[in-house]
Every structure is written in structure tokens, then in C-alpha cells.
Design a binder for this molecule. Structure first.
Ligand code: BTN
Length: 254
């Protein structure tokens, strides 16, 4: 198993600042994390939900899935850690493929946002600590919009299962699907990472399509051709192949 045993124990708390913070605090308090292995944390409400960098994560009380999963026996070497992002984002697309009508366009917006019909339905925040030549542990945070409807006007690019299907869902059912799909993907072996990489690239938002981007030199048109082993984005523009790290390139929405 790529990420070791997951989902052995669950803690549900009514509210917290952030499930990632809560889990990281637990790890700090218990340096001998033996009895925390396989732990995941869920909450109904976060007062300071976080995304990558300065991003925040919006979710009104009780509406959506807010999860942090502890992975403490990861067999993926640190230089390939982007495969963890790939695994989790693909598992979330697996869930959506089972739930949503076939005409929905389910994509991964690099690096690890999950989009349906060009709007974001889920975000992933992975926080890992590396010790020597191994990933000591990762906290895998997932925000999955289930019932949020409407979103605040400041989030015009967000969507939820409710908005896409006009149905109500049992959040615990969706949680079971998320844990099952992550569990299935986790069963892959190290030799299958290449396949995971390929599958991730094929699901990238904008793959092989010319789109407008912006980088430090300004706006340009380019084509995403895939991602590299470290998770950098490969973009072709005017015959030139470029590589971008996180926050070095922006998608310009039409
Ligand atoms: C992003 O879009 O930048 C990532 C968002 C990740 C949000 C989830 S919600 C559960 C966990 N706790 C957090 O504070 N963040 C992650």
C-alpha cells in the first residue's frame, strides 16, 4: 500500500480551526504516534480552513465534507511525493464519476483541485514532513463541497454536488465513498506509479487544448502537455516547452 494503512480510526469534532491543524496538533502532542496510525478527522465547521499558500477554504456549518487523513507509513520516496496528490485527486474524481451524470466534465485542475464543468468542487491540502530519505508522515486534507448552495458572491468559480445534481446527499455516504476510493487507489504498488501519473495527466483540466495563461512575463497562449515526476506543469508555447511550479503560472479564465 502506497500510503500505509488508512482509515483505522476516526475522530469527529463539531468544530475546529482546521482539521489539518487539529491532526498536526495531535501529532505534536503525541510524538510516539503509534496509536494515531490510520487516524482521520472530520468536522462540521472550520473557523480557519486553509488551502495552499495564503488561500482559505470556505465551508458553511454542516454543509460539506472536511477531512484530514493521517498517512504515517508511506512507501513513496520524498522525490516522488507529488504522487500522493495524484492519488488523492484521482480518488476524488472516482467518487464524482460514480455520482454525477456522464455528461459532467470531471477534471483535475493542476496541481490538485477537482473541477466539474469548469468549477471547483474539491480542494486538497497535503502537508508532509520528511525525515532523511523518507516521508515521515503526511496530513491529507480534503474539502469536498456537498450541500453548499449558494456560494458567497466572492466564490463564483465554486460548485457542489447539490448544485450539480439538484439532489440532497447523505454526507456520511459520500464520506464512505471517499474513503473507499482512496483505499482502492492506495492498493496500487510502487510499480504502478507510472500508470497513476498517466491517468492524472489525462484528467488534467485543459490538457492538449490551447488556453490563455499568465506567468511572471505576462499573458500568453499555451497548451498543457502533462506534468513531470516532481509535479511541475509542462506547457508548450510557440514551440517552446516550459515547466512551471506551484504559483508560477495562472490560468486565465475566459
Ligand atoms: C485548496 O484548495 O487550496 C485546498 C483546500 C483544502 C481544504 C481542506 S478542508 C479540510 C482540511 N482542513 C483545512 O484547513 N484544509 C483542508
Amino acid at each position: 500500500m502506497l500510503l500505509g494503512q488508512l482509515f483505522l480510526q476516526r475522530i469527529h469534532i463539531p468544530h475546529c480551526s482546521s482539521t489539518n491543524n487539529f491532526l498536526k496538533d495531535m501529532l505534536q502532542e503525541d510524538q510516539n504516534d503509534g496509536d494515531l496510525s490510520g487516524l482521520f478527522v472530520t468536522t462540521d465547521y472550520q473557523t480557519a480552513g486553509r488551502g495552499y499558500g495564503e488561500n482559505t477554504w470556505y465551508s458553511s456549518r454542516g454543509k460539506n465534507l472536511l477531512i484530514s487523513i493521517l498517512a504515517s507509513s508511506i512507501s513513496i520516496p520524498p522525490e516522488f511525493q507529488f504522487h500522493i496528490s495524484r492519488l488523492i485527486s484521482l480518488a476524488l474524481t472516482d467518487v464524482l464519476e460514480d455520482i454525477l451524470p456522464a455528461n459532467c466534465e470531471i477534471r483535475i485542475k493542476w496541481p490538485n483541485d477537482v473541477y466539474v464543468n469548469k468549477k471547483k468542487i474539491a480542494g486538497i491540502l497535503i502537508e508532509s514532513s520528511i525525515l532523511g530519505d523518507r516521508i515521515q508522515q503526511s496530513v491529507l486534507g480534503i474539502g469536498f463541497n456537498v450541500h453548499e448552495d449558494p456560494f458567497p458572491a466572492s466564490l463564483p468559480m465554486a460548485t457542489s454536488l447539490k448544485q450539480l445534481s439538484s439532489q440532497n446527499f447523505d454526507k456520511e455516504d459520500i464520506l464512505r465513498m471517499v474513503t473507499a476510493k482512496i483505499g482502492n487507489r492506495n492498493c496500487s504498488s510502487l510499480s504502478e506509479l507510472q500508470r497513476l501519473h498517466h491517468e492524472y495527466d489525462r484528467k488534467l483540466f485543459g490538457i492538449d487544448i490551447e488556453m490563455p495563461f499568465r506567468d511572471e512575463n505576462g499573458a500568453f497562449k499555451g497548451i498543457i502537455t502533462g506534468s513531470d515526476t516532481q509535479g511541475m506543469l509542462n506547457v508548450k508555447t510557440s514551440g517552446e516547452d516550459r515547466k512551471y511550479g506551484f504559483k508560477e503560472i495562472e490560468f486565465i479564465h475566459p
